[in-house]
Design a protein around this ligand. Sequence first.
Ligand code: 173
Length: 322
Amino acid sequence: MRKYSGLIMLAALGLTSAAAAQEVTLRGVSAFAEKTTYSRGFERFIERVNEAGKDVIQINYIGGPKAMPPFEVGNALKNGVVDLANSTGAFYTNLMPEADAWKLTQHPMSELRKNGGYDYMAQIYAQKMNAILLARVADNNPFHLYLNKPITGPDLTGLKLRITPVYRDFFQALGGTVVQTAPGEVYTALERGVVDGYGWPITGIFDLGWNERTKYRVDPGFYSAEVSILINKSVWDKLNDKQKAVLRKAAEQGEAEAATEFAKDNAADTARQAQAGIQTITFDAAGAKRYYDEAYEAGWAGVIRQSPEHGPKLRSFFSKTK
Ligand code: 173
């Protein structure tokens, strides 16, 4: 009897200490090029986790689009080929069209975490992606249209524009012809004259040298670029409390600093674009209003068309007015 209970004790101890000592290593991939604007938040997250998570949890950064095509990252996360992903909703609309609605948010994430908007999206992430959105690391960062041919009003007739799902409905509503490419193909498309312009946020056009191939930026900006760190939900559910706490803390830090960081970067890149000789195209007040309002009208119409079930609800959480 004594021998028996001793064995049980040893087994229990062995199991407990093995579980406690087990360091988990997660594989992470970014849909954006390594060391560029939209991978930076993820890379900082990885540094924080690897620093705070010694002997507990580590992240092995596989890299950016050289490791995996951007539009495949969502699938890889869902299927558990990777455990963590840095991506934007527009890159995995094949799995979850609703994710593209993040771009239409007119409240900061801190507010969406409180008003039910985050929780509503979390259910869809769980259901369609088997994922949890840990942190939005790009926020407060508008998109713009960049052109090599001038326009005088909100009319894109005759222009061929590089897009992702972010810009499709808007640019088409203004009469533009659209062609979807990953960011890695933008430079060549501009160089060869395959496109007359492209959609991209206010920051990051210098990362891949597009400034060399860009004459104009159209103001005002529109929407709010979203880039987030996702984790496979089955992987998350298997982590212990200590491991989750390390991820949560790094995620919270990243999300909390995003809006102010981007406010700084937005201003810096706007100035740098002017210095690089990129001219600003603006419209008269009525034209600017038409342009901006059409962005949201066409954007929401697109989200609701693709998700009649969730689109209207998301609009009520994400919009200031509706
Ligand atoms: O233009 C894009 O590739 C795109 O959709 C995007 C989204 C968020 C940040 C940067 C780019």
